[in-house]
Every structure is written in structure tokens, then in C-alpha cells.
Design a protein around this ligand. Sequence first.
Ligand code: SF4
Ligand code: SF4
Length: 424
Amino acid sequence: MLSNRPSLQKKLNSILVKPAGPDCNMGCAYCFYLEKAELFSESRTHRMSENILEEMIKQVMSQGEQQVSFGWQGGEPTLMSIPFFEKVIEFQKSYGSGHSVGNGLQTNGILIEKRWAKFLSTYSFLVGLSLDGPEHIHDRYRLLRNGKGSWSQVVDRAKLLLDSDVEVNALTVLNDYSVKFPEEIYAFLKSIGLNYMQFIPCVEKDPKDPSQTAFFSVSPEKYGEFLCKLFDLWKADFVENVPTTSIRYFDSVFYNYVELPAPDCTLGKSCGVYVVVEYNGNVYSCDFFVEPGWKLGNVMEDKLIFMLNSEHQKKFGQKKAALPRDCKECRWLRYCWGGCTKDRQNNPQEKSMNYLCTSYKMFFSHSDAQMSKMAEEWKGQQNLAGKKQMGREPSLTASNKIGRNDPCPCGSGQKYKKCCGKDS
Ligand code: SF4
Ligand code: SF4
């Protein structure tokens, strides 16, 4: 229980929820979350009860901001099946009068079928679909429980979701193999209409020898090369200075260039601005720190807003802000802020330095001139329009100019998200 009522500086506007805990219907070789089953060994299957779901949503609606978002992830959240998510909507409606509510679902896609697609479209869920690229890349590690590849199923699900007008982002894990193929991955995701991309570098310790990274982790040099090449591909697709694809890391770095809070928590000065709720109501500091030391409480006993503003969560956020000397003296500090705490802890060589520091230095050196130019242009436009105000979204991303469901400007008659995004 939280003893003292802390000051409530941090606003509750988003939470991550793991309604099926670490349970998953796949067996990806690089997954870090399956190990978490050991933390929840009280049962073999883990499912959030209706009581916990109701209490959690009630709290978010009464303690949260005007706009709140729920990120449903796992493990694999679709294991909860559609009736659970119908309850989600029912509770959000009954407790959420006056609130604007967003839902995101992060899924491997395997269980998605027509009824799911209809449900997700009806309630405007933003889906993050795990897809690592073309078949030889995706099936390297993203395997079904029977050891077979999952690529063809996932691509079918991507098409079904897009055809059902569901907003879909690609969540693409970069590993020792896939990091060699930036052109192929980028072209493939675009070719199936996934123009919104998030790349997640895989950095895990080798469980047998924690002084090494696991063999499937990206190497810092290769990840740096990947980012530089991807940046060139992304820039080459600009039309009239506006991106036609969205890459979350680049979009977030741009926020730092124009001195606005970056949406990606790894690019902030400190972190701890959201919490994670596990299937049993336990609340933790971050998705990567679901472990006893970073347990903040339980929704059935404590209030989310107090847990978010607790001393313990503050301490967690400050871990990121406690930078090593190299970072403090680094010319890229104000764009990078030392990266994610997890990648400092998972650095087998030097605990306080980010394992991906070399990658970041390569990327910032490569992109700085163009990012600076884009930032200057954006600031100039803001001044010209007399509209500069903190908190306003930079109009960098494709979505700000053309809606994903708008007709493509190339004149094909297809929706923008399924076409090339080029002006005829
Ligand atoms: S530890 Fe990393 S992922 Fe977690 S909140 Fe901090 S920056 Fe974000
Ligand atoms: S580039 Fe490296 S040294 Fe510079 S701030 Fe980022 S992690 Fe620190």
C-alpha cells in the first residue's frame, strides 16, 4: 500500500495492460516476456478477471486526463478473445462520460479473423502488428509453437485488417539477421500497405552467460548502419518535403530537434510517465521492468494515479536521468538523452553506458544536417503562421497531411495507406 499521498505532477493519460500476462500462442526465439511466466507461477494460464478489468478502467476514467489511451499487449492479448474486449468497451463507455478514449492492440496476428477485424474496426483500435519483414527474415525467429514459420499467416492477417479499414502499424524487431536487410524490409512493409513502422532493436543478455548479449541481439555497428540506410530510404520517399512513410524513431527524434516532448520514452530526459498493469492487477514501472523490485502496487488496493506519482516510480524515472559522463559531454545529448535504461542495464561490457551508443552516434552524425534543416523549416513555418505553441504536434509525419484513409494523391483511387503516397 502507498503510505503517503505524493504530489500529483504526472498526469495519467496512458497505461499498458497485459490481460493474458506472459501467455502467448507463439514461440519466438528472441522473446523476453515468456520468461516472465516464472514471476506468475501460481497458475499455468493467466487471464485478467472482470473485477480487475472493471476496477482498472474505472480508475483510469476517474483519475485520468480528458484523453486517455489503453495499450493492450502481452504476451498475446488476443488470447483473451472478443467477449473480454467487448467488456472493455462496455466499461469504458459506462465510466468514461466526457472522456476521449483510445485503444491500441499489440498482436502477433495469429488469432485475428473476420470477427476480430470487424470489432477492431468498429471500435477504432490502432493495431500494432508484429511483422519482421519478408519471409526469410520474419521466419528466422518468429515461429509458431510447432516450430513452423508464421509469416504467411501474419501477412494474410495484415491484409485482412487493412481491408477492414483497421489502422495498422508494423512492429518490426531487428535482430542479428534482419539488421542486414534495411532496403528489403522497408520495401516489403510498404508493398503491403504498412506505411507506419516501428523498429525495435533486440538487445538481450545471454541467459547462459550474462557477460555476453544473446546471439540474436543486434550489434551496435550493424544497427547504426541500419538506421542510416533507413533514414536515406525514408528521406528519398518525401514528397514536397513531407514524409510518405512514418518511422517512429525518426518522428520522435524530430520532436527533440524542435524542442517538444518526444513521444518515444527512450528519447526523453527521464521516464516513468506511464505504468503497466499485469493480468492480476499488479502494477509495474515499465514494460521492460515487470519484476519484483519495480512493483508499484495492485489496482485492487492502490490508486493508479498515486502509483504513477509514487516515490518509487519517481526513482525509476530518475534512473534514466542519471547519465554517465560520456553522455553528459556528448554533442548528441539533447536529441538522444542516453537511450533506454534497459539497454544500459543489458550492456554486458559497461553497465552505465547504452549498448546502442555507437548506433546512435552513427545515426545522429548521418542525419543531423537534414534533421536540423527540417527543424529550421518547421520552426520558420510556425513563426510565419504565428502559431508556435508548446505541445503542438510537429507536422512532420505523413498522417498530418494526408489521412490514412484518404484517397492517395497519385490518383490511383486507392486509399493512401494502401498506395504509394506520391502526387500524380
Ligand atoms: S526503461 Fe526504457 S522503455 Fe521503460 S519507460 Fe524508461 S525509456 Fe521507456
Ligand atoms: S549518443 Fe551515446 S554518449 Fe551520446 S547521449 Fe546517446 S548514449 Fe550517450
